[in-house]
Design a protein around this ligand. Structure first.
Ligand SMILES: Nc1ncnc2c1ncn2[C@@H]1O[C@H](COP(=O)(O)OP(=O)(O)OP(=O)(O)O)[C@@H](O)[C@H]1O
Length: 263
C-alpha cells in the first residue's frame, strides 16, 4: 500500500523531524507509529499521506509511481487538528464534503452521513456549526469526515486524544470492522496502552526521528527496557505482570484476565 524509503524531513528552522525512515505498509495491515512527544510521528504520517513533500527519500503508493495527489481519495489522513476537516457551516456539510468531491450522488452522501453520525453519536450535532462543538465532538466529526470517502488506507494521528470512554470503544470497534473489511490502518500514538488495540505491528520511533525498532505488537510492547530507552512507559498491563514476576507478558487486558482466571 505504502512504501517509504530514506524519508527525511526538516522544518524551516532546521529541526530534523524525520530522519532516514524506511517503511513498508502491506495491504490490510494495522500498524502503529509509536514514539514519545516530538519523535516525528505526526510529520511521518503527513509524509506517508502525501501531505508534506519529503526533503529526502520517496513514498510509493499502491505499487505504482503515482504521486500522493493522484491517489488522494484512497488515502484517509486524520491530522491532529480536527479544525482542518471542519470548515463548512454545519457538521453535516463537513461530512458530505468528501463524497460530494468524489462526485457521489446526494442520496449516497446522505446515507454515509446518517451511518457515520449514528456511529459517532453526532446525530444531534449535524446541523450545528463545527466551531460550537467540544474538542472531543470535533475529533469525532473530523474522523467521520475522513471516513466518508471510504478510503483504502487510513492514517490516523492520535485519533483518540480528547475522546471519552464510550466513544473510544465505539471508534475501536469501528477500526476493527474497517480492518476486517480489508482497510489498511496506520495509527500514530505516544500511548503504549492503546497500541495493542489498534495494531499488529509497531514501528517504534526514538526522540531523534529515527526508527528504533519494528516488530510485532507483542515483541515491541513487552520489551520494557527498549520502551523506556525510547522515552515511553510500558503498557500498564505489561508493567503489572512484569513486576509481579510473570514470564510471558500479556499485552491486552482481556489476555491478562484470561491468564489470571487460569491461575
Ligand atoms: N512547524 C514546525 N516547525 C518547526 N519544528 C517543528 C514543527 N512541527 C514540529 N516540529 C518539530 O519536529 C519534531 C517532530 O515533531 P512531530 O510533531 O512530528 O512529533 P510527534 O512525535 O508527532 O510529537 P507529539 O507526540 O508531541 O505529537 C519535534 O522536534 C517538533 O518540535
Amino acid at each position: 500500500m505504502i512504501e517509504a524509503s530514506g524519508l527525511a524531513y526538516r522544518y524551516e528552522d532546521g529541526t530534523t523531524a524525520v530522519d532516514g525512515v524506511d517503511l513498508t505498509i502491506e495491504a490490510g495491515e494495522r500498524v502503529a507509529l509509536l514514539g514519545p512527544n516530538g519523535a516525528g510521528k505526526s510529520t511521518l504520517l503527513l509524509l506517508l499521506g502525501g501531505l508534506l513533500p519529503p526533503d529526502d527519500g520517496s513514498v510509493r503508493y499502491f505499487g505504482t509511481d503515482q504521486p500522493g495527489d493522484a491517489v488522494r481519495d484512497r488515502l484517509g489522513v486524520l491530522t491532529q487538528d480536527p479544525g482542518e476537516y471542519l470548515f463548512n457551516p454545519t457538521v453535516r456539510e463537513d461530512i458530505e464534503y468528501g463524497p460530494a468531491q468524489l462526485g457521489l450522488s446526494a442520496a449516497e452522501a446522505d446515507r454515509r452521513v446518517a451511518e457515520l453520525a449514528e456511529r459517532f453519536d453526532l446525530e444531534h450535532l449535524l446541523d450545528r456549526p463545527p466551531f460550537r462543538l467540544s474538542g472531543g465532538e470535533q475529533r469525532r466529526a473530523a474522523i467521520a469526515s475522513v471516513l466518508s470517502v471510504d478510503p483504502d488506507v487510513l492514517l490516523l494521528d492520535e485519533p483518540l486524544s480528547n475522546v471519552d470512554g464510550n466513544n473510544e470503544a465505539e471508534l475501536l470497534d469501528l477500526l476493527d470492522e474497517l480492518s476486517a473489511d480489508g482497510v489498511t490502518i496506520v495509527t500514530s500514538t505516544p500511548d503504549t496502552d492503546l497500541v495493542a488495540a489498534v495494531a499488529d505491528r509497531v514501528v517504534l520511533l526514538g526522540r531523534d526521528g529515527r526508527v528504533v525498532a519494528t516488530g510485532s505488537t507483542r515483541e515491541v510492547l513487552t520489551d520494557t527496557d527498549r520502551l523506556r530507552e525510547a522515552g515511553l512507559a510500558p503498557p500498564t498491563v505489561v508493567e503489572l505482570f512484569d513486576r509481579a514476576g510473570f514470564e510471558d507478558l500479556p499485552v491486552r487486558v482481556e489476555e491478562a484476565v484470561e491468564r489470571l482466571r487460569r491461575q
